[in-house]
Design a protein around this ligand. Structure first.
Ligand code: 9MR
Length: 458
């Protein structure tokens, strides 16, 4: 039996073969299509920050599940949360965010391992020698715990001052310039599959501070220090998106790293009004366009998703309304603007869903979510039937020379065109009638037929 499904509710042109049904959809630039899908169709992700507490707001939780393909824990993976006392690790709250994300088919961006804020005094009071070893132990333990569950980490956060020199934090004062490189080396060793980011604010456009970050990344690349990406937080003010944002993203990408917009919000003096909201919409468009213009800009995360789940009013009294949804979880002009910017001229999306004719305990639906020159991103939804599944393996064959470069939420092995994806440690169990999703980025030529996967329960 064969069935099809897609988030993209557009007219469907279907071609039926004996084993598979291929659907080619041109995604409309409409607010009806979630941002996660519009972004994925451009080979990007859209994400939002979620705290463990945010999961108690059912409406907000489902808004995030609908719109965001990636979740960043707002506070739950910071040092004060994960290692409140030396050598005593606490992962319950971070695990809660991960579980919520996995349940919604979302990937997780880890935030953050080494920062001068939200770090307990026991750490900042250590001697230099002890601090270095505590840092390495912290990175090793936290990344080890989340290995396979977190696809990218903000390894070091906010280590530069506004003038482009190093921030004089306790890290810098005790350990000197080398602490950032040491942190990245420890992070690579802890989880070689995670993308390692340096993350900062007021580094969105070209300027003294972003010059400092740029020069550090350039030096790291020359010295072989393992760094994969730079996070631009993008805590911005209405009407003040830096005109050099695209240029800044491009120059970082040209160093051979990915760039992500990691904490986007665009605040205004409250109350909002229609002209401020219109300006904000234009500002969101500028940020999305700056990212889409640079191939290595991999995604955009907003810091919260709706104005009632934002840090801004608490820290900037009299300001707020910084996010794409309002206090009632209704889309603002900024949302429609992002939707249009992500949606304009997107490539086609291909979906195949097949149900194994043999009863194997599970089914798999394969979906190409983004396609760009030389590569693509795909997701596979694994569903249990009427009985629960305790482990699963999905197999398929690529027939156009495609290959898998990196994957998440599954252990993928390939042999020629044959691909086998086994559940990760955390997502082998699927309740009856439920599903889980894994994904990957791969290489492909211009022809990229979606294969028909087979799922087999353990
Ligand atoms: O959103 C976070 C808020 O709940 C915390 O109180 C705050 C404490 O520093 O951190 C917020 O997130 C910050 C992020 O971790 C790093 N960049 C700036 C963010 C906003 O302050």
């Amino acid at each position: 039996m064969i069935s099809t499904s897609s988030r993209i509710g557009a007219a469907v042109a279907a071609a039926v073969s004996v084993v598979a049904l291929t659907v080619v959809l041109a995604p409309p630039a409409s607010a009806a299509t979630p941002l996660r899908d519009l972004a994925a169709a451009k080979g990007r992700y859209f994400g939002n920050a979620m705290t463990a507490g945010d999961f108690n707001d059912a409406g907000y939780r489902s808004l995030s599940a609908r719109e965001a393909g990636v979740v960043t824990p707002g506070n739950e993976m910071k040092w004060d949360a994960t290692e409140p006392n030396r050598g005593t690790f606490a992962f319950a709250r971070g695990d809660q965010v991960v579980a919520g994300a996995v349940a919604a088919g979302q990937k997780v961006r880890g935030h953050t391992l080494v920062w001068h804020n939200q770090t307990p005094t026991w750490a900042s009071n250590l001697s230099a020698t002890e601090l270095r070893s505590a840092m390495v132990n912290h990175i090793t333990t936290v990344m080890g715990h989340y290995k396979g569950k977190v696809f990218a980490w903000d390894v070091v956060n906010e280590a530069f001052a506004e003038n482009g020199t190093r921030r004089q934090s306790f890290w810098q004062q005790k350990l000197g310039d080398g602490f950032i490189a040491d942190a990245f080396r420890a992070a690579r060793a802890a989880d070689p599959t995670a993308k390692l980011y340096y993350n900062d604010y007021n580094t969105d456009g070209v300027g003294a501070k972003s010059d400092g970050v740029y020069n550090m990344v350039k030096a790291f690349k020359q010295q072989g220090v393992p760094i994969d990406g730079v996070g631009l937080q993008a805590h911005l003010v209405v009407g003040q998106v830096p005109s050099t944002m695209q240029q800044n993203i491009q120059r970082l990408a040209d160093l051979g790293v990915d760039v992500a917009v990691t904490e986007l919000d665009i605040r205004m003096k409250t109350p909002s009004d229609s002209s401020k909201l219109a300006q904000q919409a234009q500002d969101y468009t500028k940020v999305v366009n700056a990212c889409l213009a640079v191939t290595r800009c991999v995604g955009i995360t907003t810091w919260g998703l709706s104005d009632n789940h934002s840090w801004i009013p608490g820290v900037f009294p009299g300001e707020g309304a910084a996010l794409p949804f309002d206090n009632n979880l209704q889309p603002k002009p900024a949302y429609n603007a992002m939707s249009a910017a992500f949606g304009t001229g997107g490539p086609t999306t291909t979906t195949t869903t097949t149900t194994d004719p043999q009863p194997t305990g599970c089914t798999a639906a394969y979906r190409v979510t983004g396609q760009w020159q030389g590569g693509f991103q795909a997701e596979v939804e694994v569903s249990a039937g009427s009985t629960p599944v305790t482990g699963w393996t999905v197999t398929w064959s690529f027939v156009n020379g495609q290959s898998v470069s990196s994957s998440w939420n599954a252990v993928v092995t390939t042999s020629g065109g044959a691909v086998s994806a086994r559940n990760a440690d955390h997502n082998g169990s699927i309740a009856a009638g439920s599903s889980t999703t894994f994904g990957f980025v791969g290489t492909s030529g211009s022809t990229n037929s979606a294969p028909s996967p087979t799922c087999r329960a353990a």
